[in-house]
Design a protein around this ligand. Structure first.
Ligand code: RP5
Length: 161
């Protein structure tokens, strides 16, 4: 079974990254969660990035704030798709520091960057990548999208009453 690794630069990122964990669990996708800091635990970053694909992991979600080098550095060493979550940390410049340091990757080393604090969408995107080769996961995403549509239609109906 495909697994998603969710890593973050600090335990302070956990309240944001929890959204990715929750949605992936909702989709019955196996997750592994860890703290890997590009600046404070560089050896662990290297070890994680070099070995993740040999441990049954298919997609990596990496969240970080400030000088958010974690997703890009993982992408530089791992052959797996990396989804970056810019986290608005407490001393941030309105979150722009996180967004720009994850988004502006050089050619050849992509990081699929979601919105500021957009961990839920990171989880959905990871599930969609797995769903492209796993029918069970694909079916849960199809159901999820039907539910989104139904919720909007119900709200629109409510306006007419
Ligand atoms: C980054 O610095 C982390 O990803 C976090 O968003 C930010 C602040 O970390 P702490 O000082 O709260 O540990 O590396």
């Amino acid at each position: 079974m495909s697994k998603v690794a969710i890593i973050m630069g600090s335990i302070s990122d956990m309240p944001v990254m929890q959204d990715a964990i929750d949605i992936l669990k909702q989709f019955n996708v196996e997750v592994e969660v860890d703290i890997v800091s590009a600046h404070r635990t560089p050896e662990k970053l290297f070890d994680f990035s070099k070995n993740a694909h040999n441990r049954g992991i298919s997609v990596i979600i990496a969240g970080a704030g400030g000088a958010a080098h974690l997703p890009g550095m993982v992408a530089s060493m791992s052959p797996l798709p990396v989804i970056g979550v810019p986290v608005k940390s407490s001393n941030s410049i309105d979150g722009w520091d996180s967004v720009l340091s994850i988004l502006q990757m050089p050619g050849g080393v992509p990081v699929a960057t979601v919105a500021l604090n957009g961990a839920k969408n990171a989880g959905i995107l990871a599930a969609q990548i797995i769903g492209s080769h796993d029918k069970k996961v694909l079916d849960t995403i199809i159901t999820y999208k039907e539910e989104l549509k139904a919720a909007v239609n119900k709200a629109a109906e409510g306006l007419k009453k």
